[in-house]
Design a protein around this ligand. Structure first.
Ligand SMILES: NC(=O)c1ccc[n+]([C@@H]2O[C@H](COP(=O)([O-])OP(=O)(O)OC[C@H]3O[C@@H](n4cnc5c(N)ncnc54)[C@H](OP(=O)(O)O)[C@@H]3O)[C@@H](O)[C@H]2O)c1
Length: 335
């Protein structure tokens, strides 16, 4: 069953800022895990929100674990996001899409946003069809007013408690510094840096109320090393890296952790045009020790880890997901 609601009430389908709540349909799907020590119980036998006593007893008898209702696998609580709430910005494509799915599979309830309403609806329908608890609303995170509306929605949907904030949205304008217009500069600053700063500010009371908060910024290797025509984009990511460290210290007292992931080229819609150039792609491979591009799931796996209780002593870190690019020195191909 699919409904479009805001705080439980039906919303007009044409409203730009509507919030969509997709209620889980009966389970039609069983996630296939490759883990060896798993307890498989047929998904349809479970009440997703209230595991039966016998199920819990069976689970406990198998070890100190909990049962992931989506994956039907036995997991230790430190590897589970069950009962946690998450906001992922830009969840309809690329890295953000992979992050939404990763968090859902680990048991979190997720809210996401993007600018394209049709694409957002399509994603929410797909995830709902798989039985996940997910909501979303249209929002351009470069707009202060829209960020405020987004956080109002999140507050309503999650009853004022947010465990996880993923500041994923970012964009790029590739130009030499001298060609940058005032508008280019403002667009990059607003979308990449001001948005994550303000969204984190707005999320702070909700993260604090949850009792256990985790922020993950999606930065870039461009925040560490110089990349052609990316001075301004690199500066925004460098700013994100420093903000990551400052928030880790400033909000530690509230049990809020702050970390960042810094990808190199990941196969997404954002970079498909530039990587369509074969010669450019070969140059990318040449400076990447693993000699390939990354996949969104290789970023989302790290993001999810940084949200799990398993990473509870990690804060203030910026971790590269780059096939070794940022540590590559001089390795001549012909000795
Ligand atoms: N792909 C890479 O190689 C790479 C490398 C390093 C860092 N990164 C970083 O990874 C993050 C995600 O990049 P990606 O490659 O996954 O991008 P992508 O494939 O272009 O996806 C971007 C997602 O964000 C949404 N979005 C974009 N602008 C938005 C805005 N102003 N407000 C709300 N939503 C917005 C998009 O939906 P709509 O367009 O419908 O809004 C889409 O869902 C970015 O911060 C980027 O800098 C990417």
């Amino acid at each position: 069953m699919v409904q479009s609601t805001r705080s439980g009430s039906l919303f007009g389908s044409q409203s730009k800022h509507m919030s969509h709540t997709l209620l889980p349909s009966p389970p039609q799907y069983s996630y296939s895990s490759t883990a060896t020590k798993t307890l498989r119980i047929h998904t349809t036998a479970l009440n997703r929100t209230n595991l039966t006593n016998s199920t819990l007893q069976t689970t406990r008898a198998m070890g100190e674990g909990t049962l992931n209702p989506i994956t039907s696998t036995l997991v230790h609580p430190r590897w589970s996001l069950r009962g946690m709430t998450a906001l992922v910005t830009g969840g309809t494509r690329g890295i953000g899409h992979a992050i939404v799915e990763e968090l859902l599979v680990l048991g979190a309830t997720v809210h996401t946003c993007s600018r394209n309403e049709a694409e957002l609806d399509g994603c929410l329908k797909d995830w709902s069809g798989m039985g996940f608890r997910v909501t979303g609303c249209v929002c351009d995170v470069s707009s202060r007013a829209e960020r405020e509306r987004l956080m109002d929605n999140v507050c309503d949907v999650f009853d004022g408690k947010l465990n996880i904030l993923i500041n994923n949205v970012g964009t790029n304008i590739r130009k030499p510094v001298v060609d940058f217009t005032e508008e280019d500069f403002s667009t990059l600053m607003a979308t990449n840096f001001e948005s994550v700063f303000h969204t984190s500010q707005l999320a702070y009371p909700l993260l604090k109320t949850s009792g256990s908060g985790s922020i993950v910024f999606v930065s870039s290797v461009s925040g560490f090393v110089s990349l052609k025509s990316m001075s301004v984009q690199g500066a925004t990511k460098g700013a994100i890296n420093q903000l990551t460290k400052n928030l880790a210290c400033e909000w530690a007292k509230d049990n809020i952790r702050s970390n960042a992931v810094a990808p190199w080229y990941i196969r997404t819609s954002m970079v498909e045009k530039v990587l369509g150039n074969k010669e450019y792609l070969e140059e990318v491979f040449a400076i990447t020790p693993l000699r390939r591009l990354g996949d969104p799931e290789e970023v989302s796996a790290l993001v999810a880890f940084l949200c799990l209780p398993a990473s509870s002593y990690i804060t203030g870190q910026i971790i590269c997901v780059d096939g070794g690019m940022s540590v590559y020195g001089f390795y001549p191909r012909h000795d």
